[in-house]
Write a protein that binds this ligand. Structure first.
Ligand code: FAD
Length: 397
């Protein structure tokens, strides 16, 4: 038997602990909060989107870097995850957008409790709450607040990223790893809102309003979906999906320009033809009645279009397909759904082992990978936990 300590009590850690072979390992799972899976519960507000229903190729393409995630997702795919959930009495359903949710009748806390029950039913598995990992001592023993100093045979870190600190994922661990010469990249907000300089009139009327069925283009990276106008700027799945690319642009430039397609179902020439056919209508009426744009979309078009363009159907048709919106910054890291940065992927081997720290592994959002919302983040974390458990279970002790 070997002793394994898992530090962090989020999805990556829970899956690892659930799947580790207790004929080989004594498991101690340590979490600093008084309960496990706080961020998982936050993710479940408004529907627990666990994964995405697509082919494995399409799934892998959503991750960045996809080459890094591919072997993990191939070993534990979205369909494997759905089967795993279902076989553990967690029913799922596929929503209209192909997002996969836990069944309506199951609250997120019930899903979490069913996963925790797997751990509690295992022998040789000890869960230690209210215990913060503080680093290593000079002999590489693990130090904790209110807990004995230990040196397990294997330690797995699953400490999460650095957003929503209230859930426990505060990224403070990064300094501890840096002291051991591990390259930890700075955290930045991902899947987050971006700042727009709205005119006072626009935001007074349209704050909180959605822009539905739009498409976005950022430097020829495309996304579709919904945006919501906020006082700060724009949020919603369509911009979250491009957040990594926009953040990278903001690193080198102080701004980024996205282009909104307010009518993705029609081509520029079809829009122009509609204007010509209805030339007796005022432009604003044609936008409303013929193109079915709502008040917020029309007001946004007006804010980012000069008068000459607005009165010229050729230029206006072009602009409706590509409204330039300047983004000044991202929202605060703590408000973001996930974070970029964390342990550089060059620091870990193909089995998530830290190259500089033998018998020390890291999984989940604490590694520097990105995925958009849509269930991809949880899928990535659960897959890493599963695949690492499989690897450790196959070790000859
Ligand atoms: C608002 C919001 C909505 C989201 N919605 C979705 C969604 O719909 N679909 C989706 O796929 N993903 C979603 N996510 C993202 C998803 O929840 C995370 O990617 C996932 O929880 C990360 O899992 P993890 O195991 O890597 O880490 P975490 O879940 O962050 O867990 C890490 C754990 O480590 C503990 N810890 C940290 N430091 C220490 C320490 N020093 N000592 C001991 N313990 C420590 C923390 O307390 C925490 O419990 C959402 C996130 C947020 C914030």
């Amino acid at each position: 038997m070997k002793n394994i300590t898992i530090i962090g009590g989020g999805p990556a850690a829970l899956m690892l602990a659930a799947e580790l072979d207790t004929k080989k390992y004594n498991i101690t799972l340590i979490e600093k909060k008084k309960a496990l899976g706080r961020k998982f519960l936050v993710a479940g507000k408004g529907g627990l989107n666990l994964t995405f229903n697509s082919s494995i190729e399409k799934l892998i393409n959503q991750y960045s870097p996809s080459e890094f995630m591919a072997p993990t997702l191939q070993q534990f795919s979205n369909h494997d995850f759905i089967n795993w959930l279902n076989s553990n009495d967690i029913a799922t359903f596929i929503g209209s957008s192909n997002r996969v949710f836990s069944a309506m009748e199951l609250k997120p806390i019930e899903v979490l409790n069913k996963i925790i029950a797997i751990l509690k039913a295992k022998k040789n598995t000890n869960i230690q709450l209210n215990t913060t990992w503080l680093g290593w001592d000079a002999h590489n023993n693990l130090l904790f607040e209110n807990f004995e100093t230990i040196k397990p045979d294997i330690v797995v870190f699953a400490l999460g990223g650095a957003s929503w600190k209230v859930t426990g994922s505060d990224g403070k661990w990064s300094e501890l790893f840096k002291k051991r010469q591990v390259n930890v990249l700075p955290f930045r907000a991902a899947n987050c809102a971006f700042e727009v300089n709205w005119s006072k009139d626009f935001i007074a009327t349209h704050e909180g309003k959605p822009l539905k069925n739009i498409a976005l283009n950022f430097n020829n990276h495309f996304s579709k979906g919904e945006l919501v106008v906020s006082k700060f700027g724009l949020e919603g799945n369509a911009i979250y999906a491009l957040s990594e690319k926009i953040q990278n642009e903001l690193l080198s430039n102080n701004f980024a320009v996205i282009h909104l397609d307010l009518k993705p179902t029609m081509s520029e020439s079809q829009i122009k033809a509609k204007f010509i056919k209805n030339k007796k209508l005022k432009i604003t009426d044609a936008l409303k009645k013929v193109l079915n744009l709502d008040r917020t979309a029309i007001a946004l078009l007006k804010q980012f279009t000069d008068k000459d363009t607005f009165s010229n159907i050729e230029l206006l048709s072009k602009t409706i397909k590509s409204v330039p919106v300047k983004l000044k910054s991202s929202e605060a890291l703590d408000k973001a759904i996930s974070s970029l940065g964390g342990i550089s992927l060059s620091e870990i081997d193909e089995n998530f082992q830290c190259k500089k720290l033998p018998n020390t592994y890291a999984i989940g959002e604490m590694l520097d990978w990105y995925a958009p919302t849509g269930g991809y983040l949880l899928q990535g974390c659960f897959s890493m936990g599963y695949v690492l458990a499989k690897h450790l279970n196959n070790q000859k002790l």
